[in-house]
Design a protein around this ligand. Sequence first.
Ligand code: GRF
Length: 217
Amino acid sequence: MISVVILISGRGSNLLSLLNAVDSGSIPARIVGVLANRPAAQGLQTAAARGVPTCVVDHRQFAEREDFDAALAAAIDRFVPDLVVLAGFMRILGNAFVHHFENRLINIHPSLLPAFPGLHTHRRALAEGVRIHGCSVHFVTADLDHGPLIVQAAVPVLDDDDEATLAARVLAQEHRIYPLAVRWFCEGRLRLLDGRVLLQAPQAGDAALIAPQLVAG
Ligand code: GRF
């Protein structure tokens, strides 16, 4: 059974969707630990309530970014994970960290990458007037919010959207595609080739692009 560690910084709604998917049997894995860089991260309570061990590596205790990264990597390694999942983890991780977890470190980002890397993606999508927006799960590389894409979901941007309504529409899809990506990883079906992800043995219903509806959902 694949062991998964999840890193969070706050609310933890993606964490919850992953915990639910494991509990329902749709992800063949064990979530062995949840780590946060903030002691107040709400998701820590969610994990603890499910009996998942938690740990805090507070970035404010470290003067140098590299020292934080090293302490975080050591804390993760104690759980001996096969996969490390960034679920709303709001710290930039350095090259050494990324290299240490190469090909077993994934992230979810609230945009259709490579559009809108970085912060405030929904605000920027609205400002650009794009008609389509969404979210992406990708392998993490040293390049911020880049890296081989595993699955994306697209949603429409509606004329009366504000940041909150658009964020909610995207988040509903995040809760759908992250469990899917983790399931594929755990099933050993993600092959990396020349910086792209190939889904092995696709089954009926598998799609690396989810486009649920063209009207509000
Ligand atoms: C999500 O929108 C995720 O894509 C982004 O941060 C948010 C975290 O939300 N990186 P939650 O903590 O999973 O509820």
